[in-house]
Design a protein around this ligand. Sequence first.
Ligand code: NAD
Length: 351
Amino acid sequence: MDLFGHLSSHNYGELHFKLDKASGLKAIVAIHDSRLGPALGGCRFVHYETDESAVVDALRLARGMTYKAALAGLKHGGGKSVIIRPRGAFDRRSLFRAFGQFLEDLGGHYITAEDSGTSIEDMDVIRSVTKNVTGIDMSRGGSGDPSPFTALGTRRGIEACVRQKLGKDSLKGIHVAIQGVGHVGYYLSKELHAAGAKLSVADIDPLKSERAKREFGAEVVTLDKIAETPCDVFSPNALGAGLNDQTIPSLQCPIVAGAANNQLAEPRHGEDLHARGILYAPDYAINAGGLVNVAQEVLGYDANVSREKTLKIYDTIFDIAERSKKSNLPTYRVADMLVEERLAAASQSSS
Ligand code: NAD
């Protein structure tokens, strides 16, 4: 792999590796950008076929964190870490203690959090070695489950889109088709139902869609029909790449706004949505509530402050939608440009 070529083409700052023979730890920390503050981002603990695929995963994810943190107005850069899950037996506590020591040695350049394959218990073990960790247990000053905050921010983003695109100040009677009612999708349904919206839902787990029907009066739709449901807002809250060549032509809505990460299969799909006159709320702008909540842990956790900051996602999404309308640029490009301006301003003020 052309490592330095890859780093330079994605404007990377740092890439750190740790091999700890005693515990068997093989870990990578990718710090994409730290101009706005120490890098913040989750730690994955999964199997990788090759070391190279672990490096690529860390690099790919850290860059997205820079953009999400900058647009949310956080004083953090973007980072991500990966612990390569051993194939044989291992002592989980020793592994995560060794990882904590790795973060301590990095001197606070990177602050970790939960991600795929890691848990609150793992974060607690890391915390016994270093303070450069978030997502610890609430009883120890942690911020708890990020999903309700992600859902709150997503609801606010939907409100901004409805205001800007449909000229309505309320969600009363607004029809939202929700793809995926897992952690975030469930709390989002709750928020939208309380605001008077009408819901259609689909989930591969029938128990989850039935729960939304029971608790929020949602109509249950089949998986293949949810994206083409005639509605005011299509809200992806399942997996990535859901906005693609197959789904975009069949959308029957003026707004796409949901919490799923990496919704556009490719950037050009952001152009396609714009060309169809559909207002797309950029994923990393609308789903930042969980990150806002985790970042509050670094400052001293207060759920009310997290909530106040998360409510501001309305202003961010409204601003992006307005700029897109005035400039005739797709919203995903407007969001990227706003981030790039903020990062450039941070470079200037530090030089
Ligand atoms: P989750 O696993 O709890 O929920 C995802 C749900 O989608 C599950 O119920 C699953 O059964 C369902 N699903 C999977 N494939 C589907 C399909 N093809 N059609 C319909 N439903 C399908 O995950 P989550 O934590 O709720 O996260 C959802 C999305 O939001 C992910 O893309 C995640 O990266 C993103 N996100 C989550 C948070 C957070 O705070 N949890 C923060 C930011 C972004």
